[in-house]
Design a protein around this ligand. Structure first.
Ligand SMILES: [Fe+2]
Ligand SMILES: [Fe+2]
Length: 188
């Protein structure tokens, strides 16, 4: 079966045929499209991180599908999973040590959202840790796929909520605060 993505661009309807991986993981695909609409200033670095992380999540999904089809070993996923984990940990640190405390203090009304974001990080790390464990012990590829499917949902929900948070932050901060935040995030 062929899957297509239809959207309106410059008042014209565009139709793009999706790859098999893209059609199986629409949540991550929707993030790649959404990336283009995210605010770029003052937290440009963070939004760049998101675009890169989302692409890697989709690549991981593709590799996982290939291995499942070829009855491959989850050990082949170990390296890309660890690489993904390191990038995610760095990104989460930039948010939890830079963005989140800054926003909580500058815009207290956003504090409940910040708590939800931090809990989302823990859930994402939990899914990744489980996939890395199964890959390390050479377990069942179907187990990794099961964890990945739940991971995808959590990851996509988190990315969407965070895009909305970043949009609120971008609107709420003064230009002085934007500079201060940019310097803080760049240093992490
Ligand atoms: Fe993020
Ligand atoms: Fe985050």
């Amino acid at each position: 079966m062929n899957w297509y993505l239809k959207f309106i661009f410059n008042s014209s309807q565009v139709r793009i045929q999706l790859t098999e991986t893209e059609s199986h993981f629409p949540e991550i695909l929707s993030l790649l499209i959404y990336d283009g609409e995210m605010p770029v200033d003052p937290i440009q670095d963070l939004t760049h991180d998101h675009a890169d992380l989302n692409r890697r999540a989709l690549e991981l999904a593709g590799l996982l599908q290939q291995l499942q089809r070829a009855s491959g070993s989850p050990r082949d996923l170990l390296e890309p999973l660890i690489e993904f984990r390191e990038l995610l940990f760095l990104h989460f640190a930039r948010e939890e040590e830079g963005l989140f405390p800054f926003v909580s203090s500058a815009v207290p009304a956003l504090e409940p959202m910040i708590h939800t974001m931090a809990s989302g990080h823990d859930a994402i790390c939990g899914g990744l840790a489980r996939m890395i464990h199964v890959a390390t012990i050479g377990g069942d590829i179907a187990t990794v796929m099961g964890v990945f499917e739940r991971f995808e949902q959590t990851y996509a929900e988190h990315a969407r909520s965070e895009a909305s948070l970043l949009a609120s932050v971008a609107l709420a901060l003064t230009s002085e605060q934007r500079h201060e935040l940019a310097a803080l995030v760049a240093g992490l």
